[in-house]
Design a protein around this ligand. Sequence first.
Ligand SMILES: [Mn+2]
Length: 340
Amino acid sequence: MSVKPPSRPPKAHTRYRSPKASLGDLYSYFKSKDHILITIDPDPDAIASALALKRLLWHKVQSSTIGIIRPIRRLNNLTMVRLLRIPLMPWWSISLAQFTKFLLVDGQPHHNDMFKGIPYTVVIDHHPMSIPVEAPFAVIYPAYGATATILTQYLKAARIKPSQTLATALLYAIKTDTRNFERHTIDEDIDAFRYLFEFANHHILRKIEISDLSLSDLRFFNMAVERKHVVKDRIFAHLDEVPSADLLVEIAEFFLKIHDISWSIISGIYEGHLIISVRNDGYRKDAGRAVRRAFGSVGCAGGHQAMARVEMSLDKLLEILGNVNSTSIEQYIRKQLSPL
Ligand SMILES: [Mn+2]
């Protein structure tokens, strides 16, 4: 088998076409002898969209493979792939010569060096198009909150009832890409969400959504509980060296579950920097303003009403404190962020 360049002239559709018209067009590019590779940068939207595309082309092509360009690291996404048994192939282990057609979802060829130079037949995406996408079937809808929404419309147009696995994956994709509809959402995303809702497994969805800890992270929760200092409605804990900055966010959010705690201020050292993660109840206070006032002149400090983050180099800290250790750091943070 050899890879032939697309025979029809490229045209990218950024203006909306009916899903039915798009689907007919999509199908026209495939033959039953095709072996297709769907390439993705594996985030939930890309994974779910690839799975939907695989389903749409089921029985229309000889074989379909989803190739990922990097290992998945995010624990929620690993849980998604494991619980939904989504078949993914690391791209570096595949020979491209065995495929006759290439497809890309939730991304564009210029987004990654690994995509460049591949003669794509299909590109379906919702990121803004800064460089024209040249593929026979290119559908780019930047207004959409998720690529999964476009694929859900195609499934509906094809009258394919999504399996529990597929519906759960698509639902999770729409929820993550729109951050639970807090950003970049159009009616089509909400319609797709509503449609998928009844087919999804909500127990699995919940397990995927809450799976952001590893067993080894618990050590730091333990340390945070032991080291916590409560000053009025504020809780502080300094954790020394931590394996990731995200862990500080997890612990800060965990402490905010305590009903009469309004501020959760968790700090640690990560890659030579002091990181302070701040969460509050968002009521009459502004976490972003508070950290800018306290640390804006000595480090990088910012955030919103209910969440904020400070980052400062240990050199700067040494300059200010003269002596950098657990106790001096902890006291410094508490002094800067204690209620007046
Ligand atoms: Mn996306």
